[in-house]
Design a protein around this ligand. Structure first.
Ligand code: F0G
Length: 361
């Protein structure tokens, strides 16, 4: 007897099959990725002066947008008989690759910059049994090494976003934004690191328009962290630095894709400071109830900056929150303190409540 579960999420390969390169059904490694919420942000909308919606990609199976592309890359590797994959990562790609590899019964090597991986992401790839290689170097060095290993060994599949299947999977987020709004937004703001995601969104929006579902495509507004902003400076950064460890990248592999997206859409790529990123993360958590990791707040930080300078986009704006806040607990813990414990009595409780909220009687 076969059992059918109600309302199963199909995952992006099955849901968007007509838009993606073909993957044989038997090779699909899926975890119900995609179909993430698009949440209206009323308080931030007021601050920005546009109608802002947040595409919360932290709601994917491994809590970042990487799962959309990873289901494609790993499924393709399965289809081609590959037994192992490799990726360089600032954390999220590694978490996603290790989960989908586990699902597919494949070995997974993750090459990461030592000491620069947020705790939640490290916990993920350790739990999924990835073979972890920490290097004394940054993401850019890790990517070069991983590319070379994949090329010269010939037995491992590279699953970074230079793998075109990753871009194909990730472009499905653009379709979902259009479906949810009933039309493309007027602008889309997102963080830019290795620049795969902005490349993927722009591909998705263009395909949506070419298919005749819309006459327009959004202006693409990409934001890098100031200390890691090679696309803004027009030169690679040898030692990129930012609190947003996910986008601590000095030589983006998909640089050309990002620049094309900016040019063709009439958009921009600018930078925001670490302070602006953390402020935006804080506002999202405290005023909208949405907890994203620091890098993910760069899009909103950028919109707030444009608003302050009188350059905010008009109309309907979407911002992509690329990863969940639980990925990086240290950031919040380092900026706040837990209060000392109190006696377990009603009087002590009320005392504390009235101290912090005098109206709580
Ligand atoms: N936001 C988060 C949370 C990320 O993890 C990344 C990239 C980005 C934004 C930038 O996306 O690279 O496509 O421009 N993380 C990669 C990783 C580099 O290894 O997890 P991008």
């Amino acid at each position: 007897m076969s059992v059918q579960a109600a309302s199963v999420r199909q995952g992006v390969i099955r849901r968007h099959r007509a838009w993606l390169p073909e993957i044989p059904e038997g090779a699909i490694a899926a975890l119900g990725e995609g179909e993430t919420p698009l949440i209206e942000a009323t308080r931030l909308s007021e601050r920005i002066g546009a109608r802002l919606y947040l595409k919360f990609e932290g709601m994917n199976p491994t809590a970042s947008f990487k799962d959309r592309g990873m289901t494609m890359a790993i499924s393709r590797a399965v289809a081609e008989g590959s037994r192992a994959c490799i990726c360089a990562s600032t954390g999220n790609t590694a978490a996603s690759a290790s989960a989908y590899s586990a699902r597919a019964g494949m070995s997974c090597f993750v090459v990461v910059p030592a000491g620069k991986i947020a705790l939640g992401k490290a916990v993920q790839f350790l739990a999924h049994g990835a073979k972890v290689v920490q290097i004394m170097g940054n993401f850019d060095a890790a990517l070069k090494l991983s590319q070379r290993a994949a090329k010269e060994l010939g037995t491992v599949t590279l699953v970074n976003s230079v793998n075109p299947d990753r871009i194909e999977g990730q472009k499905t987020a653009a379709f979902e934004v259009c479906e949810s709004l009933g039309r493309p937004p007027d602008a889309l703001a997102l963080p830019v690191g290795n620049a795969g995601n902005i490349t993927a969104y722009w591909k998705g929006f263009k395909e949506w328009r070419e298919a005749g579902y819309a006459d327009t495509a959004p202006r693409m507004l990409g934001f890098q962290a100031e200390g890691a902003s090679p696309l803004v400076a027009g030169r690679d950064f040898e030692s990129p630095e930012t609190v947003a460890s996910a986008i601590r990248i000095g030589a983006p592999a998909s640089r050309d894709g990002a620049l094309v997206a900016m040019r063709e859409s009439g958009g921009l790529i600018e930078s925001v400071t670490d302070e602006e990123i953390l402020k935006a993360q804080d506002l999202l958590a405290r005023e909208e109830g949405i907890f994203c990791e620091p890098a993910s707040a760069a899009g909103v930080a950028g919109l707030l900056k444009l608003a302050r300078e009188g350059r905010a986009p008009e109309g309907v704006v979407a911002s992509v929150l690329t990863g969940h806040g639980l990925k990086d607990p240290d950031i919040v813990l380092s900026r706040t303190v837990l209060p000392d414990p109190i006696e377990a009595t009603f009087e002590a409780l009320v005392g504390v409540m009235q101290q912090t909220e005098p109206d709580a009687r």
